[in-house]
Design a protein around this ligand. Structure first.
Ligand code: FDP
Length: 341
């Protein structure tokens, strides 16, 4: 990983303003939106860190749109992010994993649409393993139509104007991109500020880590089974066998992939014929980050960010990470798809 470090401390707020000043015509609204997310992230981080002692762990008794049990922290994170975005009147609508339909905000004229996964990796909440929040921002089209409709949110990932994630791990970090590289900030809890820790991140072209839920091995396509066996074979020239790492929080697995290289896969399977992960608030934003760092992301045929969404909660298979690792798995998939036909 290559990054530029500066010995002077730069806060998220300062950095956003400095970046905005490079664009003379900028209205400052996107900057405000990113600051709103930063504020909500600090509040969520505080609650995640003391979750065990505040009786907020566990289920709240309801189920979300996907029929999964909703945990109290998921709801807390959802509320914090939505109310932060509502306050500044620049977002017209939010789509969140925790809400069935779109959430229309107070400002019907707001020009941004935001997708949220308020707390990704929720099955890890109760066992103190890293979890995260993911966001993806689009411009509303057509901009001056006063009616806010769900169809306005069905834009391909290439139209994202910003995306990022917050990872509540051994420290809390916030990573984002507006299409000009990836910047990472680390929360210093003693002063309550996100401090710039890396910018212009470039991930390795090839990495020696593969990340997939191997428990589903028997329901994968032949090409994928062969690729995973290839990862496990000994070949010092290509650094094999690779290490297997699977946290089970996509945001944490992607962060490791960004920093160390390698590949993360969530394929289609018998249980999840269209893949499990959500295109709009998991795969698109994390693909934007990975691409900005020099990596790639595909559903096995099409670049993730070029998929035209048909619904706000749709799922997709994903192969994401270092360029060479993704190329290799695609070769295995192609070769065995031909054989199987
Ligand atoms: P979770 O169900 O715990 O919320 O999309 C949700 C997600 O976690 C991802 O964060 C994670 O990568 C994946 O599901 C884990 O799914 P498996 O348990 O099927 O591996």
């Amino acid at each position: 990983m290559v990054s530029t470090k500066d010995s002077r401390l730069v806060t998220l707020e300062e950095y956003i303003i400095q970046s905005q000043n490079r664009f003379p015509g900028a209205t400052g609204e996107l900057s405000q939106l990113l600051r709103d997310i930063g504020l909500a992230a600090k509040i969520i981080s505080r609650e995640v860190n003391k979750a065990g002692i505040t009786n907020i762990l566990g289920y709240d008794g309801s189920t979300n749109v996907h029929g999964e049990s909703v945990k109290k922290l998921d709801l807390f994170a959802d509320q914090q992010l939505i109310s932060a975005l509502d306050r500044s009147l620049i977002t017209c609508m939010v789509i969140s994993e925790e809400n069935d339909g779109v959430v229309k905000l107070g400002s019907k004229g707001g020009k941004y649409i935001v997708y949220l996964d308020p707390l990704d990796g929720s099955s890890n909440i109760d066992v103190n393993v890293s979890i995260g929040s993911i966001f993806s921002v689009y411009m509303r089209e057509p901009r001056f139509d006063p009616t806010v409709r769900e169809e306005d949110a069905l834009q391909p990932g290439v139209r994202q104007v910003a995306a990022g994630y917050v990872l509540y791990g051994s420290s809390t970090i916030l990573a984002y991109t507006t299409g000009l590289g990836v910047s990472i900030f680390t929360l210093d809890p003693s002063i309550g500020e996100f401090i710039l820790s890396d910018r212009g991140i470039k991930m390795p072209e090839h990495g020696a880590i593969y990340s997939i839920n191997e428990g589903s091995y028997n329901s994968w396509d032949e090409g994928l089974k062969k690729y995973i066996k290839y990862c496990q074979e000994e070949d010092p020239d290509t650094n094999r066998p690779y290490s297997a790492r699977y946290i089970g929080s996509m945001v944490a697995d992607i962060h490791r992939t960004l920093m160390k290289g390698g590949i993360f896969i969530y394929p289609h399977s018998k249980k999840y014929p269209n893949g499990k992960l959500r295109l709009m608030y998991e795969c698109n934003p994390l693909s934007f980050i990975i691409e900005q760092a020099g990596g790639v992301a595909t559903d096995g045929q099409t670049r993730i960010m070029e998929l035209q969404p048909k619904s706000i909660h749709e799922q997709t298979p994903i192969y994401i990470g270092s360029k060479k690792n993704v190329q290799t798995v695609m070769e295995f998939l192609e070769e065995h798809a031909t054989v199987e036909q």
